[in-house]
Design a protein around this ligand. Structure first.
Ligand code: ATP
Length: 324
């Protein structure tokens, strides 16, 4: 649904040049929720703005739903953009317009007739759970309600792709949760493909099927979340930080990561039985992510049994590393 190849964007000023996006390739499949994670300045916003050509890349191609946007300009680009909705961290609502007026604005731009606009606005407000607030002004809404208006407006022209620019960063944890649930629901009900940028691990945990970690304009790792968990990835370590001790006298301390059905298998009990050894859990958690179950534990196994235990865990599908 979204195909990005060899994308580069450099900002130049007299004093310096910054490679904001540096040779990024990205494929987001239809119906996927793809998260790009990174610290401030990593290049996430620039990447997202290149997807709908708010920012023109220096080199590389961007195609959405089979249409190469980088080859378009003028009216054809404006029309192609209707197939891409976008939501923003600070909602970007028009303060002088009501909720209904804000959503209708997106339809006015596409030239939809008045009667059609009215019906569509009602449908969209129902979709995002705001039917009762059509006549309210943005200043009368909570942050979560404002973002619901933003989402309704972004979906007005029935886009296949939604871009989300830190959509929950300005919201409290409970509201974040409800907006993420709404996005996941829209993804499932409408088959909406979502590309989001965030610096929040919770967002990736809750709704992303795939993710990339971006640093200095580059993707340092990317893939399906379940696959990244099976490797010794930065994402796995960040999603499940382990804060137990990294050394225990007479034992090896191992970090074990499991995903999918393996997360619910009694693997540690099996290690204790098979090798007639103690297994101490020093830290750990098992959680349900958007597309998979996943768990990570830091365990201490007496040195004599530790190699056999690590071998067995690896053969059982776990990723095993020595704690550091
Ligand atoms: N219009 C611009 N002119 C010059 N430099 C820019 C411009 N926009 C972004 N940059 C620079 O490009 C780099 C990437 O910025 P970008 O906003 O894409 O990162 P980000 O990961 O989205 O960060 P944040 O989460 O803080 O927005 C930064 O070094 C930034 O200072």
């Amino acid at each position: 649904m979204i195909e990005i190849r060899g994308l580069r964007k450099t900002y130049r000023s007299r004093k310096q040049s910054v490679n904001a996006v540096d040779n990024v390739d990205l494929t987001v499949g239809e119906g996927e929720v793809y998260g790009v994670l990174g610290q401030s300045g990593a290049g996430k916003s620039t990447l997202l703005r290149c997807v709908n050509m708010l920012e023109r890349p220096d080199t590389g191609t961007v195609a959405v739903d089979g249409v190469e946007l980088t080859a378009l300009g003028g009216k054809r680009l404006r029309i192609a953009r209707h197939g891409i909705g976008m939501i923003h961290q600070h909602f970007a609502l028009l303060s002088s317009r009501t909720v209904a007026g804000n959503v209708a604005f997106a339809l006015e731009v596409t030239g939809a007739p008045r009667a059609e606009r009215r019906a569509r606005v009602a449908e969209l407000l129902e979709l995002v759970g705001l039917s009762g607030r059509a006549d309210a002004y943005p200043s009368q809404l909570s942050g979560g309600q404002k973002q619901r208006v933003g989402i309704a407006r972004a979906l007005a022209a029935r886009p296949k792709v939604l871009l989300s620019d830190e959509a929950t960063s300005a919201l409290d944890p409970e509201t974040t949760d409800s907006i993420l649930r709404l996005l996941l629901d829209l993804n499932r009900r409408l088959g909406l493909t979502i590309l989001l940028i965030t610096h929040e691990m919770t967002v990736v945990k809750r709704i992303c099927t795939s993710a990339a970690v971006m640093r200095d304009g580059k993707f340092v790792e990317s893939g399906r979340v379940a696959d990244l968990l099976r490797r010794d990835s930065e994402l796995a370590r960040d999603l499940f930080p382990l804060d137990g001790p990294s050394s225990v006298d007479g034992s090896a301390v191992l970090d074990v990561t499991v995903s999918g059905d393996d997360a619910d298998k009694p693997l540690l009990a099996e290690v204790a039985r098979r090798f007639d050894t103690d297994v101490r859990i020093l830290a750990g958690h098992v959680e349900t992510l958007a597309a998979t179950r996943a768990g990570r534990w830091r365990i201490a196994v007496p040195t004599a049994a530790s190699e056999d235990a690590a071998d067995f865990l690896r053969k059982s599908g776990a990723q095993v590393g020595v704690a550091s």
